[in-house]
Design a protein around this ligand. Structure first.
Ligand SMILES: *Cc1c(COP(=O)(O)O)cnc(C)c1O
Length: 382
């Protein structure tokens, strides 16, 4: 039986407990498991290696991404670090030039010291992507939509380019969530998430996952997961099993609200530019509509100056100034001084991350309340 997304989210890995009938997966807050005899156990020995609550969540997210296997980690960065550890000193990795800042920092300041080579490239420029692949290139790693400008990379074409060169394609799917985009079905080999964002969805945990569609790759991931040990606690996995049951409902409302806010912003004179892939005016709207089944809940707007950004943020009453995204509550951030402060100013400005740019993570509050808050703040920043 092929199940729909919401059904899988609620049922896969979440069967009633065989021992007690508990309808929810029990929180196995345990580090070790009794063994009947030497070498005889129930599949669980030590919780760095496997924990039943974690196994349930890994099965669930693997199904949602239409992969064969998933591995869970203590953060999105630990998940990305594990993907990088699949490769060896001297190997070369090509990153999207506008990836999450923490991903760039990981390669630039840590992994490069351990002999991994990398370059960044505009993933929308396919000739540049082809040229960036060298004889020692092992991985193309992109993110779509990107933060904060919502650029879309064409997963199908990038997979073709990568595979023609014998290279793997990894996609950071944090912004879309598996509800709206499933990169493995479009040809990607590896999906990563900061589950801190939409998968967790309630701003109450930090977590990461890697999903693959090859058991051979999965075995290598599990080896690193167990050996390095950047594993999540069982409680985070339990919270995720709970959160994911409402992912479909939440994503629909995130999108509904985000579209309403994007439409409001695109007609308001205080706004110079709106970045939302769901607007027909977004330069890659067609591509987004092809490879995603919806446009998620992130909207960026350019208000033209730092002064206006300050006034807009100060005038918001409901939407909170904070880093992170993907939670039920709406948040606003100022990329130039917050999430993207480490990028040198000329590069930042050249990419469009201006001092007037404001990023909104649109939550699942009542649409009319959010519209009123944003309209009032836009009116007061002119
Ligand atoms: C937040 C984020 C990360 C890092 O995840 P953490 O859970 O904070 O470690 C990676 N990629 C994207 C797109 C993110 O937004």
């Amino acid at each position: 039986m092929s199940l729909g997304f919401a059904t899988k989210a609620i049922h896969v890995g979440q069967e009633p407990d065989a021992l007690t009938g508990s309808v929810t997966v029990p929180l196995y807050q345990t580090s070790t498991f009794a063994q009947e005899a030497i070498g005889k156990h129930k599949g669980y020995e030590y919780a760095r290696t496997q924990n039943p609550t974690r196994t349930a969540w890994e099965r669930n997210i693997a199904a949602l991404e239409e992969g064969t296997d998933a591995a869970a980690f203590s953060s999105g960065m630990a998940a990305i670090d594990t993907v990088a550890r699949l490769f060896n000193a001297g190997d070369h990795i090509v990153l999207a030039e506008d990836m999450y800042g923490g991903t760039f920092r990981l390669f630039d300041t840590v992994l490069s010291r351990h002999g991994l080579q990398f370059d960044t490239v505009d993933m929308c420029d396919f000739d540049a992507v082809r040229r960036s692949i060298r004889s020692n290139t092992k991985l193309l790693f992109t993110e779509t939509p990107t933060n904060p400008l919502m650029n879309i990379s064409d997963i199908t074409t990038l997979a073709e380019i990568a595979h023609a060169a014998g290279v793997l394609l990894a996609v950071d799917n944090t912004f879309a969530s598996p509800y709206f985009q499933r990169p493995l079905t479009l040809g990607a080999d590896i999906v990563v998430h900061s589950a801190t964002k939409y998968l967790g969805g309630h701003s109450d945990l930090v977590h990461g996952v890697v999903v693959v569609r090859s058991s051979e790759l999965a075995e290598r991931l599990y080896f690193i997961q167990n050996t390095v040990g950047a594993v999540p606690g069982p409680f985070e996995c339990w919270l995720l099993l709970r959160s994911v049951k409402t992912l479909a409902l939440r994503m629909e409302q995130h999108q509904r609200n985000a579209l309403a806010i994007a439409e409001l912003c695109s007609t308001h004179p205080a706004v110079e530019l709106v970045y939302y892939p769901g607007l027909p005016t977004h330069p890659q709207h067609q591509l987004a509509a092809q490879q995603m089944s919806g446009f998620s809940g992130m909207v960026s707007i350019d208000l033209g100056s730092r002064h206006r950004a300050d006034r807009f943020i100060a005038a918001l009453r409901l939407i909170t100034l904070a880093e992170s995204l993907g939670g039920v509550e709406s948040l606003v951030c100022h990329p130039a001084t917050m999430t993207h402060a480490s990028i040198p100013e000329p590069i930042r400005l050249q990419r469009g991350i201006t001092d007037g740019l404001v990023r909104l993570s649109i939550g699942i509050e009542d649409t009319t309340d959010l519209l009123e808050d944003v309209l009032h703040a836009l009116d007061s920043c002119r």
